[in-house]
Design a protein around this ligand. Sequence first.
Ligand SMILES: Cc1cc2nc3c(=O)[nH]c(=O)nc-3n(C[C@H](O)[C@H](O)[C@H](O)COP(=O)(O)O)c2cc1C
Length: 401
Amino acid sequence: MSFLHNKNILLGVTGGIAAYKSVVLVRRLKELGANVQVVMTESAQEFITPLTFQAISGNPVHSSLLDVEAEAAMGHIELARWADAIIIAPATANSMARLANGEADDLLTTICLASNAPLAIAPSMNQAMWSNRATQENLQTLKSRDIEIYGPASGEQACGDVGEGRMLEPEDIVEKLEALFNHQLLSGVRVMVTAGPTQEAIDPVRYISNHSSGKMGYAIAQAALEAGASVSLISGPCALQANNRIQLTHVVSAEEMMTAVHADINDIDIFISVAAVADYRVKQVAEQKLKKHSDSITLELVKNPDILSSVAALDDKPFSVGFAAETEKLEEHARQKLVSKKLDMIVANRVDKSDSGFNSDYNSATVIWGDDSQRFEKSTKSRLASDLLQLIAKHYINNKR
Ligand SMILES: Cc1cc2nc3c(=O)[nH]c(=O)nc-3n(C[C@H](O)[C@H](O)[C@H](O)COP(=O)(O)O)c2cc1C
């Protein structure tokens, strides 16, 4: 499975002669399982029609910033949050200059300023435009802001000149984008992630559970894989598919999850507990389906094992990270958990908002460790997971020193 599978790629197309090649780029990204939204500048539409990109990407093309209808459908901030990565291909000399100046007078430049997703550009222009001091100075400015520069290649140009300035071939751009999601920070490190809800049986047909979809845990497992770790995922019941390079174990109840976690925990370097494990289970599970005889029934609940605490209490404990899903006093409750469970880090997120948290594709979070914390604003779970993994990796590596 490609590292681009399920990734949200925002492709910016600017007004260069190589714009036609970006159709092949979209096609290849789609073949690898990426979701692609195309944003075109006004000039780009003189070179190739939005209809072509719409047909190939399967999504409407975005081009206008000050358009009420477009803004209501998927506005610039939504597109900025949606993107796991932004690639501008081709990137004209003009677009490089505008990015370097921090301009925001069209949809594409505004999205670039509003997004915290990694930004890459594939410059494409005449060799004289490329070697011009103005372009080279803009290039240095963009590099200093950690913008990835893909190419350009050398060779014969559309205008007949020979030299540097050709856009990289779509295949080469795809390869670089894949590498962006495969940064190897945790190469050789063994990571275990728990995800999803647990189900606690009442009788053979009924259970107690919660609204966890598993999306955040699966995204964390994928991000750990992309960081080069070998990943095992212990998952409660959910309808998600994990990358086939992740070692997946399915469990149902909290007790089963506890057993699965401890079966392998001695081989684990980083344990990330994302699962929404039921705090209680039914004391006496009925052997047969309960019948509707009386107006009310009472279920006696007993406490489930605290899997995360049990891992963090091990003599040779792995670097332990918890998730705190809270509906109030987010930081206060999360900090208490960090201390009482003896964790290395805790990721606190609110689950009482319909547009983020449980079930949603979006989330925001505050990560807390020691006396410090870092806030991550709302983005896709995949993007957030990638940011969280980089922070976790940094602290894990520092801890080992
Ligand atoms: C036929 C033609 C081809 C062009 N090709 C390029 C090109 O490959 N690279 C480039 O930087 N500019 C090229 N330009 C100039 C850009 O289209 C122009 O700078 C435009 O303002 C770019 O707008 P944008 O960056 O907002 O898309 C070309 C112009 C014409 C008329």
